[in-house]
Unconditional design. Structure first.
Length: 165
């Protein structure tokens, strides 16, 4: 219900802006143009942000972080005979989470390659809509991956602090 109210409200605002843009007084038309210009600016900024994050993702930003974590885990594991069982258990759990994130990363990268294939470049509206939905899902998955990676780094840091004591 709340979503419906928001959608109706946004539709109402958009309708008023379009009406003012074409049929309003000079002042209303100027305000509508100003609002449309600001909205366009926001859309362009969000698009640039998504492109830069996608470039970072494609450049291996997450791969490097996962590789560093793997190196840390190997270093801890070599010293495992000096650690208690609780630390070793947590290390196993963190390594499992890292492996899961790596698998998810590989899946996302494979899907990115598939989504950019020439076969999907048709101008069929249905195909374009499906492609846009897949890209939106990929962006959501990348965001989740980043959050999970941040949590993994924090948990790994906590383990390192515990192991060093």
């Amino acid at each position: 219900m709340f979503r419906t109210l928001i959608k109706v409200g946004l539709l109402l605002v958009a309708g008023i802006l379009v009406y003012n843009y074409f049929f309003g007084t000079n002042e209303e038309q100027e305000n509508a143009k100003k609002v449309f210009g600001q909205v366009r600016g926001v859309v362009v900024s969000v698009g640039q942000l998504l492109k830069s994050e996608n470039e970072k993702f494609n450049a291996g930003k997450y791969d490097a972080a996962l590789d560093k974590l793997g190196g840390v885990y190997r270093a801890i594991r070599t010293q495992a005979r000096h650690l208690d069982e609780k630390v070793v258990k947590r290390l196993d759990e963190l390594e499992h989470r890292k492996t899961t994130l790596e698998n998810e990363l590989n899946e996302i990268e494979a899907n990115d390659l598939q989504n950019s294939s020439p076969a999907l470049k048709k101008k069929d509206p249905k195909v374009e809509k499906e492609r846009a939905a897949r890209q939106e899902e990929q962006a959501r998955r990348k965001e989740e991956l980043l959050k999970e990676l941040e949590m993994l780094v924090k948990d790994s840091d906590a383990l390192l602090q515990e192991a060093s004591q």
